[in-house]
Design a protein around this ligand. Sequence first.
Ligand code: FAD
Length: 377
Amino acid sequence: MFDFLIVGAGFAGSVLAERLARVENKKVLLLDKRNHIGGNAYDYFNEAGILIHKYGPHIFHTNCKEIFNYLSQFTEWRNYQHRVLACVDGQQVPIPINLTTINSLYGLNLSSAALEEFFASKAEVINHARTSEDVVVKAIGRELYEKFFKGYTRKQWDLDPSELDASVAARVPTRTNKDDRYFTDTYQAMPLNGYTKMFEKMLDHPNIKIMLNVDYNEIINEIKYEKMIFTGPVDEYFNYCYGKLPYRSLRFKFETLDQEKYQNTGTINYPNDYAFTRITEFKYLTGQTHSKTSIVYEFPTAEGDPYYPIPRPDNTMLYKRYEALANQTDTYFVGRLATYKYYNMDQVVAQALSTFNKIQSENTFQSLYNEREINSH
Ligand SMILES: Cc1cc2nc3c(=O)[nH]c(=O)nc-3n(C[C@H](O)[C@H](O)[C@H](O)COP(=O)(O)OP(=O)(O)OC[C@H]3O[C@@H](n4cnc5c(N)ncnc54)[C@H](O)[C@@H]3O)c2cc1C
């Protein structure tokens, strides 16, 4: 008999398995329908011996010291600041848009103060920024919006930015200085030996049993357990009773090239041409030295593994209906798919740790209650 059956061995499931086993001494069965642990953060050495990310480039960044310290128990880190260039008007310029971007693109020599004025002169007056298009056009005007955001967003989501929640564009800020880092978080690092090694260490505990290549539906009636933690898609859990929650997927095309270096930075975005959105060269992320190099192209698709919940008001409403059902069960729903949120890895770790705290306090309450019951008899 297991205390917990955890469906999904990504960040959400693995953090909970680790905490429940190590801190609460619970017996956990962690299962995944894929043939590996780590969920979408899984990495492995390809045939050429280059460490690659199977589900697209994953860069760890957080402002939360507790989360960084928590993960540091399972890995050493390699400092890494991700930098991205966008291929626009035949040039490769920094994204998020910064002083260098504008000066290179328009052949100018603006100062930061002058760039603020430049943005202000281009910005459109929009009182209530509701959509992604509104947010960008309000900040930097239509021309830059069309050069950098419109095409990329259309490819990524198959929707016009005017149809997407404001929150999507809020993820890509603009800067008036020369800071060309993609993220500005306090902690930016990659697990020194990769994500999979970090997960292996996290899950290395006698109380944790792992089953791979198993959809939970296949074995749910065969296994005895007290409580379930579900980190797969919430609509799947309820047999799509209200219909499918829409997701955006990706097709990855990997290439290994017989050359040491392919491009000038970790990721290059292609907002306007080609069917792919970006190309990432893994060796920048991992710091590996190798005479060859591996890259990945990302082609957004409608079909395939569920990767990105599509942030639109009607999808949020549909999710709320599933959430109401979820609240009526005693299963815990955690992670990107189970809560239909566009979360980064650190946010999923935070959500898992707070679920763990909740489980702990429920257990304390239950033991106090049981003690009182025993004493009163
Ligand atoms: C292309 C891409 C790039 C990203 N880049 C970054 C980044 O740079 N930085 C960052 O912080 N975040 C990034 N993310 C987000 C990151 O992947 C997620 O935040 C994180 O992996 C979510 O963890 P999770 O455990 O919630 O879900 P997942 O990692 O998706 O794990 C869920 C697991 O549940 C399993 N499962 C589902 N249904 C079943 C079932 N029926 N039976 C058994 N198992 C099941 C799945 O196989 C999966 O392994 C990126 C995401 C994508 C798609």
